[in-house]
Design a protein around this ligand. Structure first.
Ligand SMILES: [Zn+2]
Ligand SMILES: [Zn+2]
Length: 292
């Protein structure tokens, strides 16, 4: 079901959701290089792309939800981050055809991706990876340290380079991977260190969304602006979800974009608690005006 974006009562909201069907902003949809070229052409900026010179844009390619009609949805998650020094694909959804179809509709090119980050080795986050690499294998792929031998071999056999970090790591200017090791779980999350605060991007959050946010905060010692992705709260009672919302408040999380495996009830509770600071997430484009 399409998620509407009618709740943006505050025009000055720092996060501006952009439904490309409404704004026609596809001209700026390319990865960093193309995006910057468009910016240079339209804003008459000094020649030569520079990290941090573009607005960060997050395009969700794969999710259980969509921001506008016309995109297919499925259980899984994937997004592309542009406007950063390196163009990053985060997770690859479950179904390769769906991933690539949405990528095409959103006019993003696999060839522009520099880095691939896989949060954890579950099929709803890795399913489209090989087909993506079939289009473009000249990317560095960050796999979780516990990725199966089959996944590592599958990526390498398609010509991509693999890294499996054990510790927190900066992967390009202003973009970090969290330390992926938690009690009983391994999952890495992306953290963008923006001028608005930290933006934390999660896959399924199996180690616990609160634990991930804590790690992100500790890693960079900064306030958290936005947390989005899968929170994995499907099996929690309403009071357990309320407790997590309370912990988010105590951690100072300003905005929340719960999606994917969070569960409809938990998403609704986050929406009611965060009101205008709830950021609907689904297949489509999200702009973050903060820079790195
Ligand atoms: Zn998972
Ligand atoms: Zn998942």
């Amino acid at each position: 079901m399409a998620r509407t974006i009618h709740n943006l009562s505050c025009r000055a909201c720092v996060i501006i959701l952009v439904a490309e069907v409404l704004t026609g902003c596809l001209l700026t949809a390319g990865c960093a290089k193309g995006h910057r070229q468009a910016e240079v052409a339209t804003a008459k900026q000094a020649a030569g792309p520079k990290a941090g010179s573009s607005a960060i844009q997050i395009t969700v390619l794969y999710d259980n939800y969509t921001l506008s009609e016309g995109f297919k949805t499925g259980w899984g998650f994937s997004c592309i981050i542009t406007g950063t020094e390196k163009c990053i694909l985060f997770d690859a959804g479950a179904n390769a055809d769906l991933l690539l179809e949405n990528m095409d509709k959103l006019q993003l090119r696999a060839q522009d991706v520099d880095l691939v980050v896989i949060s954890h080795d579950h099929g709803d986050h890795t399913g489209g990876l090989y087909s993506f690499l079939g289009r473009h294998s000249n990317a560095l792929v960050y796999l979780p340290s516990t990725a199966s031998a089959g996944l590592v071999q599958g990526v390498e056999s398609r010509g991509a380079k693999v890294q499996m970090p054990d510790n927190a790591l900066q992967i390009c200017e202003g973009v970090h991977l969290t330390d992926s090791t938690f009690k009983g779980n391994v999952e890495q999350s992306l953290v963008l260190d923006t001028t608005e605060g930290l933006v934390v991007v999660t896959g399924c959050a199996h180690p616990g969304i609160v634990e991930i946010v804590k790690k992100a905060k500790q890693m960079l010692n900064k306030d958290v602006y936005l947390v989005f992705g899968g929170f994995h709260l499907l099996d929690l009672s309403a009071s357990q979800v309320q407790s997590i919302i309370q912990q988010f408040r105590e951690l100072g999380v300003q905005k929340v974009g719960a999606s994917h495996c969070t569960g409809d009830r938990a998403i609704q509770l986050f929406k009611e608690a965060y009101r205008e600071d709830f950021v609907p997430i689904g297949v489509g484009r999200i702009s973050i005006p903060g820079k790195l």
